[in-house]
Design a protein around this ligand. Structure first.
Ligand code: SF4
Length: 344
């Protein structure tokens, strides 16, 4: 039976081919065709011997999910509903900006973490995505938007902020990141990939050394009492354990600042007291806070904080020396914004 070549790491492909007498440099050529030129057919890999192309075709397939639907926002954001081989569906979002183009990828079908403000969590967990199902989200967006040949329109950033908790599918996520940064010539460097986690601190501590990318942590509260109400996972991994695990990451990535995501919810975590408590919690360390404005979804009880409260919150953090940009809402009109994704 054929294997998905995008489920294998470069080391695995090298080893696999070495058994068949194929030299190591062929692996680089193959992955360049797959990731830099987006080929879906071994026959088109023109600098590889025809006999090897036939062998590759016998051994491997090149995966792409099926695009079921796309929605384009007035701000240019495009949301993709993708169908996987087993008919499960996931969402992936393309976010164009002036300086960069970002893809927000999913790591699981659904999510088991159950954050109260999140549409994905509300619909529960189905399964982990395989490596090829993660990497191919990046590839299919490039296919669809025809970004393979453009010098100006690049997919420059990847964020693991779609459906799922990436650290609960760590092995496949790590393999995917390593495949994507293989393609550094296409401007995907480890500094432009961000893994966002709700704070699975035991996985984070163990993986801190090997995690080849930036780290963002969904904090959303300045203390355990508020955090546990909106993120039940806090009852297992509390704020103290998160801050401790950050030290482990910082040991190996001192040049990469950790970001804390903070979703401002009206009357829940957006008071002046909360802002000062957050400042107290994070000041003195090299952290950044991204202030996110809440995006509503049908059936959700939370409301976004009023604009003046968001501005006050940001001011308190900035005045206290903590960088705290207010993130623009993107794709809200097509339910593609943070916390709005689901599988239908
Ligand atoms: Fe899962 Fe992230 Fe949604 Fe929380 S916010 S339920 S971790 S997808």
């Amino acid at each position: 039976m054929k294997q998905g070549i995008l489920n294998l790491s470069r080391e695995e492909v090298t080893e696999f081919l070495a058994d068949k007498g194929v030299p190591k440099y062929r692996m680089t050529q193959i992955f360049t065709w797959l990731l830099r030129f987006g080929k879906t057919n071994f026959a088109e890999m023109s600098n590889i011997d025809i006999s090897l192309r036939l062998v590759l075709d016998k051994l491997f397939y090149i995966y792409r999910p099926k695009i079921i639907r796309t929605n384009k926002s007035i701000d240019g954001t495009v949301k993709f509903l993708l169908e996987l081989t087993d008919k499960n569906t996931i969402e992936t979002v393309f976010i164009p900006e002036r300086q960069r183009n970002t893809i927000c990828v999913s790591s699981q079908v659904g999510c088991a973490i159950g954050c109260k403000f999140c549409n994905t969590g509300y619909h529960g967990f189905i399964r982990n995505l395989s490596t090829e199902e993660i990497v191919s989200q990046f590839l299919i967006v490039k296919d669809y938007l025809d970004l393979w040949h453009s010098q100006t329109e690049r997919l420059s950033n990847v964020v693991f902020m779609g459906m799922g908790e990436p650290l609960l599918n760590y092995e496949n996520v790590l393999k995917s990141i390593n495949l994507l940064i293989l393609d550094e010539k296409d401007h995907i460097s480890r500094r432009k990939i961000t893994l966002s986690t709700s704070g699975i601190t035991d996985v984070l501590k163990n993986s801190a050394k090997d995690l080849p990318c930036r780290l963002a942590i969904s904090l959303h509260a300045p203390n355990d009492s508020i955090r546990s109400k909106i993120m039940p996972i806090n009852n297992i991994y509390n704020i103290k354990s998160i801050l401790e695990s950050c030290r482990e990451y910082e040991k190996y990535h001192e040049y990469l600042k950790i970001t804390f995501e903070y979703l401002l919810l009206d009357g829940v975590n957006d008071s002046i007291e909360c802002a000062y408590e957050l400042l107290n919690l994070l000041s003195g360390r090299n952290f950044k806070v991204n202030l996110l404005q809440f995006n509503s979804w049908p059936g959700c009880k939370f409301k976004p904080s009023p604009r003046n409260r968001v501005l006050n919150f940001a001011k308190i953090l900035e005045n206290g020396g903590v960088e705290a940009p207010i993130r623009m809402r993107r794709g809200e009109d097509i339910m593609a914004a943070c916390g709005q994704l689901k599988s239908t």
